[in-house]
Design a binder for this molecule. Structure first.
Ligand code: GLU
Length: 493
């Protein structure tokens, strides 16, 4: 590792722009960066890149931080701390950082003011396009004489500051994931570093902050690779040593195109709402483009931290396979303790009342139900429809559903009456006695157990497929069960 900061420690940053809901791809970058910091006992910094004021969405910063909290990703420095290299919100760093360094570049001839109007720039682009040239800026203002500049300044023409890209030479970047990548200076535009609104562009602010926050490794999405030569040029112009770079592979949809909203949910907070567990999301995203050994499908978070290395991140795009996420979520649901799952479900229902049962049951009411449903749900969203009948007496079904295949209304009615009679004779109203009694009722009625149990299930739960019936009846209790069966009998009358 290059000695890029005063403590010679790993310092990495997650630098989201608050322009919308936290996208899974963006959070995957946060996860890889956080894992790298944890693996190296380094520092994880959260920096909010909000210099593009027109794209900043209210509430987006809160959502980003909430996503990190939900995934239990702690940060050492970030928007809620000011020390030691803050502020960590770029919009608060204008006067102290970006403007002075932009002026330094101007003074050293590494940047220049550009007075070209949007109309002229448009014209230049069109002319170059017609000649089949690239559409970069024609550098007119780079070669203005001091007198010309003085004249223009007197007219108070609005301006931007552009970086004067070296006209020749090339960069050899050693990317930790991609190996050597070369860039030619001459194909890179004299890009803008300070916009007409006085705000810096991403390139300038990003480099100044990575340097001044003593970042040792820049870990970011592949889409930023083409910006890196611009950043290297700024580092050089300011006489700074660049950090190391690692560009993460893009996340693809199953059709191999870039993952976007049209493929389904992309917001991490939306996944939370859909009932995914943070652990499942974390492990799933960790395995998108990284693996410890090419075969492990489930790892614990400490195992991921221990095994994580940028060298094992793949160069090629990683496919977002929702089936795998569903499987992992089901796996984590099955493997946590009943008590912990019950707590998670209740917290989920409290947060999203529309996904749950109201009033929210108590922990002691929900714990006995957990073993009945644990194997059957993939997401927390699946819980309510399966367990609603334990809490609500309003059981909805079509009367015909009570009558099972191969029987008729009369037989069913009679069978349900037999069930009530036999069940009322049992001493202890528990699962095994209930089972014996119901099987006996089927025998007496000369029905297949499946037929009799089917009718009882619909009467009690309204469901054709429900959690295990005998235990469910025990939990509902004798009195309520009888009420529901009596109700079914009267519907058949
Ligand atoms: N603000 C950029 C983003 O949202 C950061 C890119 C970088 O990490 O340099 O992706």
């Amino acid at each position: 590792m290059n000695k890029t900061n005063s403590q010679n420690t790993v310092r990495v940053r997650y630098a989201p722009s608050p322009t919308g809901d936290p996208h899974v791809g963006n959070i995957r970058t946060a996860i890889f960066t956080w894992l790298f910091a944890k693996n190296k006992s380094g520092k994880f910094v959260v920096r909010i890149e909000d210099t593009d004021q027109s794209r900043t969405v209210p509430g987006a910063v809160e959502n980003i931080l909430e996503s990190l909290n939900w995934l239990s990703m702690d940060w050492d420095e970030g928007p809620n701390t000011d020390k030691p290299f803050g502020p960590y919100l770029q919009s608060k760093r204008l006067e102290t950082y970006y403007i002075p360094f932009a002026n330094q570049l101007l003074k050293n001839g590494k940047a220049y003011k550009c007075y070209c109007s949007p109309e002229r720039l448009h014209e230049v682009r069109e002319q170059r396009r017609a000649k089949k040239l690239d559409t970069s800026y024609d550098q007119k203002c780079r070669y203005l004489t001091p007198e010309q500049i003085k004249d223009i300044e007197e007219t108070q023409t609005p301006s931007v500051i552009r970086f004067a890209m070296p006209l020749e030479g090339e960069w050899h970047l050693f990317d930790i994931i991609r190996g050597e990548v070369k860039f030619q200076n001459k194909v890179i535009d004299d890009f803008i570093i300070i916009k007409s609104d006085g705000f810096p562009t991403y390139h300038l602010a990003n480099v100044i902050d990575d340097h001044s926050m003593e970042i040792s490794h820049v870990i970011r999405a592949e889409e930023w690779l083409s910006s890196t030569p611009k950043h290297l040029a700024i580092y050089k112009a300011l006489g700074w040593t660049p950090p190391e770079f690692a560009h993460l592979p893009i996340i693809l949809a199953p059709d191999k195109s870039k993952l976007s909203k049209r493929h389904g949910t992309t917001s991490v907070l939306e996944y939370r709402k859909q009932g995914y567990l943070p652990k499942a999301i974390f492990v799933f995203l960790s395995l998108l483009g990284w693996s410890v050994d090419d075969k492990s499908e489930v790892l614990t978070i400490p195992e991921i931290i221990k095994g994580f290395s940028l060298e094992r991140v793949s160069k090629s795009g990683a496919i977002f396979d929702i089936q795998k996420l569903n499987w992992l979520n089901g796996y984590f649901i099955r493997t946590v303790s009943d008590e912990s799952l019950a707590t998670t479900i209740l917290e989920y229902w409290e947060k999203y009342p529309e996904m749950g049962i109201y009033p929210v049951p108590s922990l002691s009411q929900i714990i006995p139900i957990i073993p009945l449903i644990k194997e059957r749900v993939k997401t927390l969203q699946d819980v309510k429809p399966l367990v609603n009948f334990f809490f609500s007496d309003d059981i909805q079904y079509n009367n015909e559903d009570l009558v099972q295949k191969g029987t008729d209304k009369e037989t069913t009615k009679h069978a349900l009456k037999t069930v009530v009679l036999n069940l009322s004779n049992i001493q202890q109203f528990n699962e095994s006695n209930i089972e014996t009694s119901l099987r006996l009722s089927a025998e007496e009625m000369e029905l297949k157990p499946r037929q009799l149990l089917g009718s009882v299930r619909v009467a009690l739960s309204g469901l054709e497929v429900s959690p295990p019936l005998f235990k469910s009846i025990e939990i509902i209790g004798r009195e309520k069960s009888f009420e529901r069966i009596d109700n079914a009998i009267s519907k058949l009358e």
